[in-house]
Design a protein around this ligand. Structure first.
Ligand code: LLP
Length: 432
């Protein structure tokens, strides 16, 4: 069970009363549960059992240093996609030698930085990139450790913006090309072949695509293990979590067993392990995983306060102080986030509303035409499961300062990122 629950009529994160947290730190506010992050890491780690594995947390999901630090303490490696993410991992005390560096457009500066810091591996997405990394490393007289990202061309069923394993996506090298590219890599003086990588998409709630993708790349891994002595296969991230949970009934976390009936489906840890472990064990190489959402998604909420209620002709709007600039997922992916009042409702007055932000866009909504417990002016609400791809995708659109972030561990509440000020908004701008 994730760590958000009602106690004495108020929503708590672990032992922290969110009414008090909001009074101290203001809203909109991201609140994260340290216990949940640790718990999720351990559950995944344990489910993998004796499989030789390394969990490389996908930093892009939530890159706050305090979150990274928690995962460093758990022994995690990191999946990074930029020099900035490498910098953050190092700032959090992480080891570059446990970092895989992915992304389709690495710059010279980023490649040089990652080489100097000694990253575990570059995940290479194209022949042009391989060539570029080779030239940079060879000029320095070193070999860059690489894995090629294989595109297994499977249908992962997630939203089209987060599906990456189809041949029409920009990611990875096609299965039928990949042997030739490894052969070319083996001849390059600045390259050391270290592994094979793949990733098929995000928020995948069915084990089958993972199993299909592994089955597709397994023959390659076996061949390359003989030919190039590769050490690992990275199977990427993408494991889906529960978003449509219910405080009254259903399943609230991804690791809980599936319940029949209307309970929302998401991959359970057992389903994932059962579908993938036998094939992975048989490969005889180390397995890397790159979960992002799975570790932090349910561990965070966006706390917001209702500013106004507006009854329009056709609809009722609940206008809150958080906006699409703080959490863009509903606008960008039509994604669902459960919204609950912080003060536990006494009755069961429900109404159909749109929950919207103050930003000047029609896309600025958190829920549309959704039946919710009645919310009143001035009341606090929690937008659930906002720990992944929440703050990291926030912007200053409409010149709204970025929200603060707090981390809760038991009864301890720590401000882990300050709310931006108006002065922050114009910092670095110059008159002309
Ligand atoms: N590895 C690679 C190569 C990836 O591209 C990603 C995510 C991950 C791992 C981690 O995936 P996860 O385990 O978190 O699903 N902003 C979107 C999600 C974008 C995912 C991008 N790649 C959202 O809010 O749903």
């Amino acid at each position: 069970m994730h760590a958000f629950h009602y106690r004495n009529g108020r929503l708590h994160c672990e032992e922290a009363d969110l009414v008090q947290v909001a009074e101290t730190h203001g809203t909109p506010l991201y609140v994260y549960s340290a216990r949940t992050v640790r718990d999720h890491y351990r559950r995944l780690d344990q489910a993998l059992g004796d499989l030789d594995h390394l969990i490389c947390y996908a930093v892009k999901a939530n890159s706050n240093r305090a979150i990274l630090r928690l995962l460093v303490e758990q022994g995690a490696g990191f999946d990074i996609v930029s020099g900035g993410e490498l910098y953050r991992v190092i700032a959090a005390g992480g080891d570059p030698a446990r970092c895989t560096f992915a992304g389709v457009g690495k710059s010279r500066e980023e490649i040089e930085y990652a080489l100097a810091e000694g990253v575990f591996c570059f995940n290479v997405e194209s022949e042009a990139e391989l060539d570029y990394i080779n030239r940079i490393a060879a000029a320095k007289g070193v070999r860059a450790p690489i894995a090629l990202r294989v595109n297994p061309d499977v249908e992962a069923g997630a939203h089209k913006y987060v599906s990456t394993g189809r041949s029409e996506n920009k990611f990875g090298i096609a299965l039928d090309r990949v042997a030739a590219v490894y052969e070319a890599a083996a001849r390059m003086s600045g390259i050391r072949i270290r592994g094979v990588q793949m990733h098929i998409g995000s928020q995948i709630t069915d084990a089958q695509p993972f199993a299909d993708a592994i089955a597709k790349v397994a023959p390659l891994v076996r061949a390359f293990r003989e030919r190039y002595a590769i050490e690992f296969l990275s199977i990427g991230g993408g494991m889906g979590i529960v978003y449509e949970s219910s405080f009254e009934s259903g399943r609230r976390d991804w690791w809980e067993p599936s319940t029949s009936g209307e309970a929302p489906h998401a991959l359970t840890i057992d389903e994932y392990a059962a579908a993938t472990l036998p094939a992975l064990r048989a490969l005889g190489v180390r397995i890397l995983l790159e979960p992002g959402r799975l570790l932090v998604g349910n561990a965070g909420i966006l706390l917001t306060r209702v500013r106004y209620l507006k009854q329009a002709e056709q609809k009722k709007f609940v206008i809150v102080d958080a906006g699409m600039n703080d959490l863009i997922r509903p606008a960008l992916y039509q994604s669902y986030h459960e919204i609950v009042p912080v003060i536990e409702p006494a009755g069961s007055n429900r109404e159909r509303v749109d929950v919207v932000g103050p930003v000047c866009e029609s896309g600025d909504f958190f829920a549309q035409d959704r039946e919710l417990t009645e919310l009143h002016e001035g009341e606090l609400a929690a937008i659930m499961s906002a720990g992944a791809y929440g703050f990291v995708m926030a912007s200053n659109y409409n010149s709204r300062p970025l929200p603060a972030e707090v981390l809760v561990d038991g009864a301890r509440v720590g401000l882990v990122r300050e709310r931006q000020t108006y002065a922050d908004l114009v910092r670095g701008e110059h008159d002309f």
